[in-house]
Design a protein around this ligand. Sequence first.
Ligand SMILES: Cc1cc2nc3c(=O)[nH]c(=O)nc-3n(C[C@H](O)[C@H](O)[C@H](O)COP(=O)(O)OP(=O)(O)OC[C@H]3O[C@@H](n4cnc5c(N)ncnc54)[C@H](O)[C@@H]3O)c2cc1C
Length: 390
Amino acid sequence: MTAGKRPRSPRKARYDVVIVGGGAIGLSVAHHLAKLGVTDVLVLDKDSLVKGATGRNGGGVRAQWTTTENIQLAKRSIEAFKHFATDTGHNIFFRQGGYLFLTRNEAQLAALRKAAAFQNDHGVRTRVIELEEARRIVPGLDTSGCVGATFNPDDAILFPWPIVWGYKEAAERRGVEVATFTSVEGLDVEGERVVAVRTNRGRIQCDWVVNAAGAWSRGLAQMVGLDLPVKPERHEILVTEPLKPFLDPMLVDLSTGYYLNQDMRGELVGGMGTHTEESMDWSSSLEFMRAFAKETVRLLPRMGPVRVLRQWAGSYDKTPDAKPILGVAAKGPVNLVQANGFSGHGIMISPMVGRLMAQLVAGRKPEMDLKPFALERFEGPLEPDPMVIG
Ligand SMILES: Cc1cc2nc3c(=O)[nH]c(=O)nc-3n(C[C@H](O)[C@H](O)[C@H](O)COP(=O)(O)OP(=O)(O)OC[C@H]3O[C@@H](n4cnc5c(N)ncnc54)[C@H](O)[C@@H]3O)c2cc1C
């Protein structure tokens, strides 16, 4: 066991706030709580950090969405990412090279046009562009079969791991504790409140519990009889050997759910939304590698000889409308906050989600309306966002 993987047990038997899950979301909540002066906070993770989706994702950050609330979460998070290093002391290699969306079908192009107009109305600089311009933005791009594209130059990529290190260390400097290899196995409820979490390292009393357990969050809520429509959805992803920088934006083919970006080391990182199933199986498949390679060569024929370094998988915590569940559920304990169901885009909104959940727990008025993210929305008609990849 390396030093970084040594278990860190909770020091006390009572905290004001216990956050279950030490991914980008749980640690963002902890960091923002500490900034608001709430520092008697314990973050618990059943494993070492970055083992969940936060350590397994594509690092894409974008404001190209089609609901007001998704755009607001993303736009404000993009602003926060720009200041992440000064806020926490860690470099996340945030690079605004834009997101280039391609499509191969007319109905989807019409939806992209509508989405661009909506985004413009919300201050997002998305443009519907000609395929010729798409080829200028991505040298060597083959747009055969594509019918149109949109581009927002302010979208970005980042390296997700330092989000965890940054939020963790900044929160710890203010007094927050983070305990790893500490699994929550039960929640004790008295009346309408959770009064303690039961862990493999003992019982911990608390005033608030935050369920930031990602793909495991449904199981956690079930401990108090609350049913969250959050399912683990398996997604594969890979990284190639490093190349000279050539790919500025995140390249997305919306028709196939394909995405590709070039990270700060020159490696290409990408996946495909079409290869999914409800599963926590994180093994890698040759089938994915083949399908991904085929799509890559179709879009970027020069990439044929490029070697794959590594492939891996992870699970989205998917909701029926791919929007997160945020806040206290009407039918659950009054001090149990949900911050889960992020589907394929939790990293990009983690700063703002952390801020909102911290405001809620600290007794302040959250700066955004949380109603569109309430668990109760699943009782009525849903408003899925067509800009979801995969
Ligand atoms: C292949 C892939 C690509 C993706 N690409 C992107 C992208 O480009 N952009 C983007 O924004 N998002 C992307 N995502 C989604 C993003 O990674 C997630 O939305 C985000 O990481 C969620 O963070 P989290 O903190 O909620 O969950 P996690 O990082 O999964 O953290 C949850 C933590 O809870 C802990 N836990 C669970 N149960 C318990 C328990 N009972 N007791 C204690 N601890 C517990 C787990 O160990 C885990 O560490 C992608 C995801 C995948 C899988």
